[in-house]
Design a protein around this ligand. Structure first.
Ligand SMILES: Cc1ncc(COP(=O)(O)O)c(C=O)c1O
Length: 374
């Protein structure tokens, strides 16, 4: 169905006013040999993790006539142990992907008459989660190089009187991490409006060594939330498990809006199995970082402008015809992401073979050895 038809049909429904004219999240899901477009873990689920999940899910299947542990206590214990930083299960909450965690935060702390501040370009779901909960989404500004410093971010929090602030670190799509000074300044600036400050660390495991996490800032800051996911480093995008760490009173607030038994027994068993077999997964993270750094080096050699990346993807500029390059790569069997920023594209780090295929196809297009569709 054509999109305009769809919008017209929607318009005839008694849809909430703030949802009229919106499009759903829709990164293309195409059948292409090399998928480097949605920042998944390209290295797959290691064999020992697959075996552990299979065994755990088989055991969970025997009890599926019963509702799962509503408090997912064992999983919260395992996540607290994984995160460290002196966190206990009372600090941990989880849901079906960090998207659901973020939605629950907005359900509890956003809503009509409240504002959520984000700093585009940033994760495209923030405005959609805001509209879904009838929260006003305020678009903050970044520097020309897409950086965000403490003084500017704090001033924008004060000016907008935001109730919720999204800080994405490393930021999607630019890939660069935020200094903790920005988080501290935003938190302080949010004192007047009692802003909930969310640091979305979906890609933290891919950061360069010694990059501190906002988890270090949690003690004494009861309005701070650090959100994480098993979709990226843990290669479990298909399992849907996101989580967060915060003060126990924040997790209690989320309990007011969660659906009962929202985390299935199958999901809990899967996540627990992966957490207890994480060695091979973390080795893959190291290889992904090598491929990511290789992409940055090679793009620089090709005369392009990649941003510094602390994540499993690289955002790069310097393209005259990004859409033509995107299409040319797709024709060569490599799907990457056009995030709609002039002159730029974003690519996920693949396996060594996938990364080589991407780099070779890109160089051929730039050299004019293969033609770029208009
Ligand atoms: C910055 C950021 N946050 C959150 C998510 C949501 O991930 P999930 O719902 O799979 O945990 C993504 C997914 O791409 C992301 O890029």
């Amino acid at each position: 169905m054509v999109v305009s038809d769809q919008l017209e049909r929607l318009d005839r429904l008694p849809l909430r006013t703030n949802l009229r004219g919106l499009s759903p999240y829709g990164a293309p899901q195409l059948d292409v040999p090399i998928l480097l477009n949605v920042n998944e873990n390209t290295h797959g689920v290691p064999a020992d993790v697959q075996a552990a999940i299979t065994e755990a899910v088989a055991a969970a299947a025997t009890g599926l006539n019963r509702y799962p542990d509503r408090e997912f206590t064992e999983l919260r214990e395992a996540l607290a142990e994984y995160l460290g930083h002196g966190l206990s299960p009372a600090n941990i909450w989880a849901a079906n992907g960090s998207n659901e965690v973020l939605q629950q935060i907005l359900q509890a702390f956003g809503g009509p008459g409240r504002k959520a501040l984000g700093f585009p370009p940033t994760y495209s779901m923030y405005p959609l989660l805001a509209s879904g909960t009838d929260t006003e989404y305020v678009r903050g500004v970044r520097a020309d190089d897409y950086g965000l410093d403490a003084a500017s971010a704090a001033a924008q929090v004060r000016e907008t009187g935001a109730n919720i602030v999204f800080l994405c670190s490393p930021n999607n799509p630019t890939g660069t991490g935020l200094g903790l000074d920005v988080v501290e300044a935003v938190y302080e600036a949010g004192e007047a409006s009692q802003a909930i400050v969310i640091v979305d660390e979906a890609y933290h495991e891919f950061a360069h060594d010694n990059t501190p996490s906002a988890l270090t800032l949690l003690p004494g800051r009861e309005r701070l939330i650090v959100s994480r996911t098993m979709s990226k480093a843990f290669a479990l995008a298909g399992a849907r498990l996101g989580y967060m760490a915060a003060a126990p009173e924040v997790t209690d607030a989320i309990r007011l809006v969660r659906l009962p038994y929202h985390l299935s027994a199958v999901t809990q068993a899967t996540a627990l199995a992966a957490l207890s077999h994480r060695e091979a997964l973390m080795a893959d993270v190291e290889d992904i970082k090598v491929q990511r750094d290789r992409i940055v080096t090679e793009l620089l050699r090709m005369g392009l402008k990649p941003s510094a990346s602390d994540s499993n993807y690289v955002f790069f500029g310097g393209l005259e015809n990004p859409h033509g390059i995107w299409q040319g790569l797709l024709d060569a069997g490599v799907l990457i992401r056009d995030v709609g920023i002039p002159g730029h594209l974003r690519v996920t780090a693949g396996t060594e073979r996938e990364t080589t295929a991407f780099l070779e196809a890109l160089e051929a297009l730039l050299d004019g050895k293969t033609s770029q569709p208009a």
